[in-house]
Design a protein around this ligand. Structure first.
Ligand code: SAM
Length: 228
């Protein structure tokens, strides 16, 4: 029986990969990558020479058919994204769904857990959370305002991913809808050299980035505490 492994890879620090992930990446017939150049940096660090093929959000049906044909031949495949856990705001969801639909129990879909920016951010956020809501990336236009209203009304902690291009605008909108005093944690560049946790009110987080424009770089996870 063929197997499709879904493998978590580092979100910055290339040492953050499990022994099992490395073994499976060595053993599979082919690695499906969001961007083969990014994955090759990881593979070359660990001297893994397994062939790679791109699979990303824009991949055409023909690519899915090729992947299906390989699984039919009994090949074992691994799916990775550029960073973190595939399918978490990353390509792969549709592929996993289609493989499950087409092959049922004839292809094993096996997760190999690894880092995810969301969980990494929560692990050191320093808040007492029993539950939270993950919003992925916020919509850029349609539904954005409605979502900010939901965040403002929510008693539950919420978290989302954000890019450096939008972080200031997003903090501005959070202040507009939630008020300046709502508390946030902005986790930046997790596991990398310039890792940073900005904790405080929304107003304080905005002031922090206004006074340190050099820190409006890299990748961000925003955690916003619930309404009191
Ligand atoms: N699948 C990935 C995961 O499991 O975390 C998420 C991929 S998503 C396309 C990329 C977003 O994740 C970035 O825009 C950022 O919001 C967040 N992210 C990824 N790596 C990060 C890091 N090292 N520090 C902070 N946020 C990160």
């Amino acid at each position: 029986m063929a197997t499709l492994f879904i493998i978590g890879t580092p979100i910055g620090n290339l040492e953050d990969i499990t022994l099992r992930a490395l073994r499976v990446l060595k053993e599979v017939d082919l690695i499906l990558c969001e961007d083969t150049r990014v994955t090759k940096r990881l593979l070359s660090k660990y001297e893994i020479t397994t062939p790679t093929m791109s699979y990303h959000a824009q991949s055409k049906l023909a690519k899915v058919e090729k992947i299906s044909a390989l699984l039919e031949e009994g090949k074992n495949l691994a799916l990775v994204s550029d960073a973190g856990t595939p399918c978490i705001s990353d390509p792969g969801m549709l592929l996993v769904y289609q493989v499950r639909e087409k092959f049922g129990d004839q292809v094993a879909i096996v997760p190999i857990p690894g880092p995810s920016a969301l969980v990494t951010a929560f692990s050191a956020a320093g808040i007492s959370v029993a539950e939270f809501t993950f919003l992925g990336f916020l919509p850029h236009k349609k539904g954005r305002e409605t979502l900010f209203k939901e965040i403002a009304d929510s008693k539950r902690v919420m978290a989302f991913y954000e890019s450096p291009h939008r972080i200031e605008k997003t903090l501005e909108s959070l202040e507009k809808f939630c008020g300046a005093e709502r508390r946030v944690i902005v986790a930046r560049e997790l596991t990398k050299i310039y890792e940073e946790f900005v904790r405080g009110t929304i107003a304080e987080a905005r002031a922090h980035f206004a006074t340190h424009p050099d820190r409006i770089r890299g990748e961000f996870v925003v955690i916003i505490e619930g309404r009191m």
